[in-house]
Design a protein around this ligand. Structure first.
Ligand SMILES: C[S@@+](CC[C@H](N)C(=O)[O-])C[C@H]1O[C@@H](n2cnc3c(N)ncnc32)[C@H](O)[C@@H]1O
Length: 233
């Protein structure tokens, strides 16, 4: 089942624009997430959204993990509080961390379950965030619409240029996801289409100033690449 998003303005300055010509499908947990084999493409087209909703509903995945250590350690490099969009932000672990630091955060995700959990957690912690149900295959952040963009554990290469264009001068991108080395761990996505190659984020964001980059095995055994890059003013 496909669901398209109409061109709209969600308020608070986040411009959306409908992208034509992209693949009209959602990614399944198996493609972008942490466990299992990719489903076949028809199944993904029909059920990606439902699968993600189910995964977020079950609470037995690791979608409600603490914020990324990379983000915690480097949040000061984002500069003064500004507009942040957390792409495929899930249950909001990273966006809520920045909201607690005073940023004005929008969390975009295809899963209404994830966004509901985000709102619950925000209310519990007395934090304010906007949540937007967005299929990133069809919608992108508009040009110069954010001071910072987060993208954690969601790899859609067709977003990279829009992410760069969405930065305001001085704005930052923080991204982290699995690398090809993760295949040997037996966890997470196995399809190489959803794993980063060596130096891939360095190349993708080479038009920005790279302030931090790492490719490494984390203490929990995950193999990831992480980048923080700034658009020069
Ligand atoms: C592995 S989770 C990562 C969530 C969050 N970024 C984090 O690190 O905790 C991937 C997220 O991508 C979302 N997602 C999958 N396909 C999407 C799409 N086409 N558009 C927007 N979000 C999508 C899922 O609902 C899920 O929350």
């Amino acid at each position: 089942m496909f669901r398209r998003f109409l061109l709209c303005h969600p308020g608070g300055g986040g411009e959306w624009w409908l992208v034509s010509g992209g693949a009209d499908r959602s990614r399944s947990p198996e493609e972008t997430g942490v466990a299992g084999e990719p489903a076949d493409s028809q199944q993904i087209a029909d059920h990606g959204r439902d699968q993600w909703n189910e995964r977020h509903r079950s609470r037995d995945g690791d979608e409600a993990r603490p914020p990324s250590e990379f983000l915690i350690d480097l949040a000061h490099l984002l500069g003064p509080p500004g507009k942040v969009i957390d792409l495929a932000g899930g249950q909001g672990r990273n966006g809520l961390h920045l909201a607690a630091l005073g940023h004005d955060v929008e969390i975009w995700d295809i899963s209404v379950e994830a966004l509901g959990r985000t709102r619950e957690e925000a209310a519990r912690r007395n934090l304010r965030v906007e949540t937007l149900e967005v299929d990133l295959e069809n919608s992108r952040p508009g040009p110069s619409s954010a001071d910072s963009l987060l993208c954690f554990y969601y790899l859609q290469r067709s977003l990279f240029q829009s992410m760069i264009a969405a930065l305001r001068p001085g704005g930052t991108i923080v991204m982290e996801t699995f690398t090809l080395d993760q295949q040997s761990s037996g966890r997470g996505p196995r399809n190489p289409a959803y794993l980063l190659g060596p130096n891939e984020l360095l190349s993708a964001f080479s038009s920005l100033r790279i302030l931090r980059y790492r490719e490494e095995e984390l203490p929990d055994g995950d193999h990831v690449a992480s980048i923080l890059a700034r658009r020069e003013g």
